[in-house]
Design a protein around this ligand. Structure first.
Ligand code: ZN
Length: 287
């Protein structure tokens, strides 16, 4: 999606709010910081878009003007393998998110698929795939063809979203976008990324299954992360040396594979840490 690596925050940075910025001011302010991606947070949305079409379009126009690529993080209230009524409501929530993404020109709706619950894992997963196909069909019948659905790798072992599951979805379902949350994978597997090679193995697996283009155009989330034996516990800032993973190692692999990912910073510092990651990658590429 991006013609070069892009960096930006997950949501409106706290300082922008202090400054009294309107949503449509955000792309210009990010551009001033040298950032070029923004993930709008629709994480508490219900079954209808919770922003006006006019406001979405204003945000989109400013994003295009400032060359800031938009994505949208969909509702947390989604479980594609729960009870029938839960699945149906989840579908409507994601369609609402896709509708607003279409208005603003966001290229992907990132979302969490759900929880295995008492279901057998592979059965739960197949249920998710079927629901996803229904959602794409509904989006297409509404004329939403440019927006992709981006199920994300998840940080807790009871959540649907292992690397293998996400890759399988990208293989089987049209109009999907690979979303790798590196921190979630780190937490799900008790500290999986200890050296650059650990990142390289994931990239090679993606390349083997989805091809070079998918590797190059990966949508990523990154932050330092604390975990327990069940997985993800809390996000931390990049300077928190006690926690992994180390962005420098990932940046080496991004440079090596000539990737141009969209990297959304999910640390509590959002834009500040996004700038740090951008600079880390820049230093490696220019070396
Ligand atoms: Zn997420």
């Amino acid at each position: 999606m991006a013609n070069h690596p892009r960096f930006g925050p997950a949501g409106v940075p706290p300082l922008f709010r202090v400054l009294g910025a309107r949503l449509s001011d955000v792309p210009g302010l990010l551009r001033e910081e040298g950032l070029d991606a923004f993930e709008y947070q629709a994480v508490r949305w219900g079954q209808k878009p919770q922003m006006k079409q006019e406001d979405s379009e204003k945000l989109g126009a400013q994003a295009r003007k400032n060359d800031v690529l938009l994505s949208l993080h969909g509702s947390y209230y989604v479980n594609l393998c729960g009870k029938k009524e839960v699945v149906e409501a989840s579908k409507r929530r994601l369609i609402a998110c896709a509708t607003a993404a279409d208005w603003m020109g966001a290229y992907v709706v990132v979302f969490h698929m759900g929880f295995y619950g008492r279901l057998e894992k592979s059965y739960a997963f197949r249920t998710c795939i079927n629901a996803l196909k229904d959602i794409i069909e509904a989006m297409n019948s509404l004329g939403i063809r440019k927006v992709k659905l981006g199920p994300e790798t998840m940080g807790r072992v009871f959540q649907v979203g292992s690397l293998d599951e996400i890759l399988t979805i990208c293989e089987e379902v049209e109009q999907t976008q690979l979303v790798i949350d590196w921190s979630h994978l780190h937490a799900r597997h008790q500290g999986r990324f200890r050296k650059a090679d650990d990142f390289r193995m994931v990239v090679e697996e993606v390349e083997r299954r989805l091809g070079t283009e998918a590797v190059r155009n990966m949508h990523c989330h990154f932050s330092k992360i604390e975990y327990t034996d069940k997985g993800e516990r809390r996000h931390h800032i990049l300077d928190e040396a006690r926690y992994g993973p180390d962005f420098h190692m990932l940046a080496e692999v991004i440079a090596e594979f000539n990737m141009r990912p969209v990297i959304i910073c999910e640390t509590p510092l959002l834009d500040v840490d996004a700038v740090k990651m951008r600079d880390t990658l820049r230093e490696i590429i220019e070396k």
